[in-house]
Design a protein around this ligand. Structure first.
Ligand code: SF4
Ligand code: SF4
Length: 389
């Protein structure tokens, strides 16, 4: 029996067996697959659904899939979705009410309909994003009970990154391409002259159980050292980075920066960045009534600080301009999130950069704010180190 912290090697047959075992347990297995020219997260029935032989090219406002010959399964980086689409779904039924016989409303809570998830292919940045959403949505005095239920039942099978995308910058947010904690199993894919295989580390009792149920062999030194070397090399090849300054100080000093006008002239306030972000969590509620007035439902749905209605108070939005809405988003991510949740709100996945139709890049915006501050107060302000997460 493998123990937590144990290592092993599996082949493609082991990966296929892992999905088969999870499906046989009655789990809804979700992982990467190719659809509509992108690698999306969807239900997997077998290993045939995995994106074997595809990689993604990314840049600001750009995402393209390209084939590769080595058959690697996890050679892509973050796609347009994150796991929040499953743990914190875009729309969630809260309750219904109908008119009772005496005219008073009768309320019924929406019955839970939560699959037992197994997430396959969770990247280290997304493990950190899930940990952040755990604090936001499952911690505190008023937890989101639906999130708590789904999260409690979910198995996380992570995959370390060996080929970061051009929009990745997890290292400069305090993370990295290695998975440290929060997984049941973690795989590192190796494709070389010795074959196509996965170095496996066990992170929990569930992981131990799964490993013993699939074909595996003892980890050999060559596979382990190739896998660890590839992850170390990925750390040195991040596509981007945040500026090496104390971002909380920078954002606090930048409330009146000119740069907000510049970014506002490009930002479409479309909210794509918040939709794709794995840590953005804001929601609103809406009531849906039928035409007779006898039945109504309350739904929770994602909302965005880029939406004009999001800050509407007493007849008008508090943040009426694109300048104020982009400033709110970036300042929250990089600064005030620390005050609320004891960490930054950005894990450096790069999704908001790739999926912004205007190609707005928050690392570039943060660097421009730092340059503007330095021009105003002198380079002494740069001597403040960096404490992002
Ligand atoms: S930064 Fe880009 S993705 Fe975000 S609201 Fe503006 S245009 Fe849309
Ligand atoms: S702000 Fe952008 S880079 Fe940071 S976690 Fe959200 S989507 Fe990823």
């Amino acid at each position: 029996m493998a123990a937590t912290g144990a290592t092993a090697v599996i082949g493609r047959d082991g990966l296929a067996a892992l999905i088969t075992v999870l499906v046989a347990e009655g789990r809804t297995v979700v992982g990467p697959t190719v659809r509509d020219g992108a690698i999306v997260l969807d239900r997997l029935e077998s290993a045939d659904d995995l994106p074997s032989g595809w990689e993604a090219e990314l840049d600001a406002g750009r995402y393209r899939l390209t084939p590769r010959e080595d058959g690697a399964v996890f050679a892509h980086c973050a796609g347009p979705q994150s796991w929040k689409a499953f743990l914190h779904p875009q729309r969630e039924h809260q309750w219904s009410a109908r008119r009772g016989p005496d005219g008073t409303p009768v309320f019924t809570e929406a019955p839970p309909d939560d699959p037992a998830y197994a997430f396959l292919g969770v990247r280290p940045c997304d493990l950190r994003a899930i940990a952040i959403q755990d604090r936001v949505l499952a911690g505190g005095h008023y937890p989101d009970t639906g999130y708590q239920r789904r999260r409690r039942g979910a198995l996380l099978i992570a995959v370390e990154c060996t080929e970061p995308g051009a929009t990745c910058f997890c290292v400069s947010t305090g993370g990295g391409p290695a998975a440290d904690a929060g997984f049941d199993l973690v795989l590192t894919e190796v494709v070389d002259d010795d074959g196509h295989r996965f170095f496996v580390r066990v992170g929990s009792g569930h992981g131990e159980r799964l490993l013993t149920a699939i074909p595996h062999r003892e980890a050999d030194l060559t596979t382990e050292s190739v896998a660890r070397g590839a992850v170390d090399a990925a750390r040195e090849h991040m596509g981007r980075s945040l500026p090496p300054v104390d971002l909380r100080t920078l954002m606090g000093a930048s409330l009146e920066a000119e740069r907000w006008n510049d970014v506002a002239s490009r930002c479409l306030t479309c909210a794509n960045c918040t939709m794709v972000c794995p840590t953005c969590f804001c929601t609103t509620t809406e009531e849906v009534t039928d035409l007779t007035g006898d039945h109504t439902e309350r739904w929770q749905r994602w909302d965005s600080c880029f939406d004009l209605d999001f800050s509407r108070l007493h007849g008008g939005p508090v943040r009426a301009s694109a300048r104020s809405r982009y400033r709110q988003w970036l300042t929250h991510k990089l600064s005030t999130w620390h005050d609320q949740f004891a960490s930054g709100g950005c894990v450096g996945c790069g999704r908001c950069i790739a999926w912004c139709p205007a190609g707005i890049d928050l690392t570039e915006e943060a660097a421009a704010l730092a340059a503007e501050r330095d021009a105003a107060v002198g380079p002494a302000a740069r001597r403040d180190g960096r404490t992002q997460q």
